[in-house]
Design a protein around this ligand. Structure first.
Ligand code: XBP
Ligand code: MG
Length: 254
């Protein structure tokens, strides 16, 4: 097992409902738009990966009066990119406020793998600045140095569920999919990691718990801690209270 490759949103931290969604709404208000993505609507919009793509899908679904006066054609693309940059600014500020912690067990597993010399990498749809801000504020200042490769956002032409971002990370690390294991939280993420040929461990969250994870090796409610055990939703466990490097290795060998 030559590397552990982690998704970010929903896997390292529960960033969507109280993070990205709030940042989108702050950017909409700042732009004078009377758009409000409540929890339910955001859950539907999460089917589209990528913040810019998600804004575009929302615009396409709206009644004309909700989007009248917006630019057309290429100008709309630039307008969306500017709105999304404002959203990223708000999201980074939320992370800097310390409001978004790592999920249960993430720090423990990352530290165990790092200390054991198992290379770490990230494969995410989110914007690179968001990854840096999450690692700096929720893991520790300088934590980016723990990751050999950080594949994020627009670095690849097609976002998850396409395999591109995992293919990119494997290529940058000079590794084959069978030498690694992926950690994801959503069906879009699982489709991406499986399309790249990676065995995958899922930790579900409120937005993804009802999704189809049948192609995953293991599905848990969280990575957990000895004092806050994980629960197996699908797959084989070993006699452990939480996901650790030995259990990950057994899944990879399986
Ligand atoms: C989740 C996504 C991202 C975030 C928002 O990425 O699809 O688009 O929802 O971030 P992953 P941006 O689960 O692959 O980490 O607005 O920066 O896209
Ligand atoms: Mg995710």
């Amino acid at each position: 097992m030559k590397a552990l490759i982690f998704d970010v949103d929903g896997t390292l931290a529960d960033t969507e409902r109280d993070g990205h969604r709030v940042a989108f709404n702050l950017a909409f208000a700042e732009a004078g738009l009377d758009w409000e993505w409540d929890e339910a609507l955001y859950g539907e919009l999460l089917a589209v990966t990528g913040g810019k793509e998600r804004i575009r899908r929302f615009i396409e679904q709206q009644k004309p009066q909700m989007v009248e006066g917006l630019p057309e054609g290429d100008d709309l693309g630039e307008w969306i990119a500017a709105l999304h940059a404002a959203k990223t600014r708000h999201f980074v500020a939320l992370l800097a406020s310390g409001k978004i912690p790592l999920r249960s067990g993430v720090r423990r597993l990352l530290t165990e793998a790092h200390d054991a010399g198992v290379p770490l990498a990230i494969a995410t749809t989110t914007t690179p600045q968001n990854v840096s801000a999450l690692l700096e504020n929720a893991l520790f200042p300088g934590a980016e140095s723990w990751f050999e490769v950080i594949g994020a956002g627009d670095i690849v032409p097609a976002k998850k569920p396409a395999a591109d971002i995992y293919d990119y990370v494997l290529e940058q690390m000079g590794l084959k999919p069978e030498q690694c294991i992926a950690f994801e939280d959503s069906v879009n993420g699982l489709r991406s990691s499986r399309a790249a040929g990676l065995k995958t461990i899922i930790t579900v969250n409120g937005y993804t718990e009802a999704e189809d994870f049948s192609s995953a090796e293991l599905v848990l409610d969280q990575m957990g801690e000895p004092s806050d055990p994980c629960h197996i939703i699908q797959g084989d466990g070993i006699d452990k209270p939480c996901l650790d490097l030995e259990w990950v290795r057994k899944i990879w060998e399986g």
